[in-house]
Design a protein around this ligand. Structure first.
Ligand code: ACO
Length: 402
């Protein structure tokens, strides 16, 4: 029991047995039934279903249902779920005014984080996290509204008027319409591109206790409303070592510019000048299974959009790194971010939108993680201990004597 963990002391004033693991390298913070990863074997499953099968046959909203509810929906359940989500895609007009107030060159991820936090002020009942019906209402709202806010953040950076949701288009089609619709009354996405985005959304939907899921759970353990917790999770995702990596990958590929410059770049990585972005993972010590699927998806996208010359730079980087002792001995393989940025770029997105494209589908995972945490009787407020290394007691010295 959680309470027994505090009892590992010989005497009352004994500091007790304490593990020091600042990056959770060997510490499980939760028990979870959502996502399974075997990092050595390169396996990823949502609720037991292999990611490859879900990417091949499912849709993002079906996967979101699976993550949140634990089972694949029946046709009737899926219809009801989709209807609920569609019902909530619009945001309050005041949200629009709030977003319009951002500076013209504000980073879209910063706008997303702030806007999601602001959503909590529109739904004060969301703070009643003990009510199951209330919790699910916020889940529907967040899955539905994050794409709207994300698309508006993009339009804001372009100075384009915001486009309202068109709910007969489906989740991904609607998102593309809110992003790219211009003068014409309807925006129809190329089916291959829409499916590619759907696959990317499925692959990014959850990844067990990564930095942002851990943030979602830790913040949620204070029993704050899920909008505030999700804004914190999105902030964690913003960092360049997490969801910001795909943005960095594209910058890196552009900086390398040509396959001929790849060997020299790899040498500088090995010398410790900088890291190879999109490579390495805390859990995967094998090829990230998502990167494999994304690589195939890239082919279907480039058939429509034309080949991105930076793909050749990426392929060459991968080839050289996978044969190099530095990367082999450290088990550094391409991760999910290595190829996703190339697809986003082919879809016409600027690099600043890449972490936002990660946050949209990860919303379902964060919410599944949050739901699991708030109903777990073992999940007390997340409050780690520390190993104090500061000064012992000393007397205050008045300013004139220092
Ligand atoms: N390029 C070069 N060397 C690397 C890289 C890299 N991308 N990643 C790790 N290494 C090296 C480290 O220098 C270290 O070498 P050393 O033992 O000689 O000191 C060794 O590999 C182990 O690295 P750690 O930092 O201990 O690994 P950790 O598990 O803490 O980090 C992380 C994982 C943050 C993903 C790291 O691999 C990294 O910074 N990658 C680049 C950023 C990136 O792509 N992030 C996206 C991750 S996936 C996601 O968030 C969706």
């Amino acid at each position: 029991r959680a309470s027994d963990l505090r009892q590992l002391k010989a005497t009352g004033d004994d500091f007790g047995l304490m593990s020091y693991d600042p990056a959770f390298l060997n510490t499980a913070s939760v028990r979870s039934a959502i996502t399974y990863i075997d990092g050595e074997a390169g396996i990823l499953r949502y609720r037991g279903y292999p990611i490859e099968q879900l990417a091949a046959g499912s849709t993002y909203l079906e996967v979101a249902y699976l993550l949140v509810h634990g089972e694949l929906p029946t046709a009737e359940q899926l219809h009801a779920w989709e209807t609920e989500i569609v019902h909530h895609t619009f945001v309050h007009e005041s949200m629009k005014r709030l977003m319009e107030a951002f500076h013209y060159d504000a980073h879209p991820m910063g706008m997303l984080i702030a806007s999601v936090a602001a959503l909590s002020t529109f739904y004060p009942e969301a703070s009643e996290v003990d009510d199951a019906g209330n919790r699910m209402l916020q889940v529907h709202r967040l899955i539905a509204k994050v794409p709207t806010i994300a698309a508006w953040a993009y339009r804001h950076t372009r100075g384009f008027p915001y486009v309202y949701p068109e709910n007969d288009l489906g989740f991904t089609g609607n998102f593309l319409s809110m992003m790219f619709r211009m003068a014409e009354p309807r925006y129809t996405a190329d089916p291959a591109l829409e499916r590619a985005l759907e696959v990317l959304f499925i692959l990014h939907a959850d990844h067990e206790q990564n930095c942002s899921a851990n943030a979602m759970r830790a913040i949620g353990s204070s029993r704050v409303d899920p909008y505030s917790a999700l804004a914190g999770a999105a902030a964690a995702l913003y960092g360049p070592l997490h969801g910001g990596a795909n943005e960095e990958v594209l910058r890196m590929l552009a900086e390398i510019g040509d396959v001929r410059h790849v060997p020299a770049y790899v040498e500088r990585v090995k010398a410790g000048d900088f890291r190879l972005m999109g490579f390495g993972h805390r859990v995967y010590k094998n090829y990230d299974p998502r990167a494999k699927i994304i690589k195939q998806t890239a082919d279907s996208v480039f058939e429509v959009t034309g080949r991105n010359p930076l793909l050749d730079v990426a392929l060459e980087l991968e080839k050289i790194a996978l044969e190099d002792e530095y990367f082999v001995s450290r088990k550094l393989y391409p991760n999910v971010d290595f190829y996703s940025g190339l697809i986003y770029q082919a879809l016409g997105l600027p690099a600043t939108m890449f972490p936002v494209m990660f946050a949209i589908p990860r919303t379902a995972g964060w919410l599944a993680q949050w739901l699991e945490g708030v109903v777990d009787p073992e999940q007390k407020i997340a409050r780690p201990r520390q190993v104090y290394v500061g000064r012992g007691e000393r007397d205050y010295v008045p300013l004139e004597r220092r």
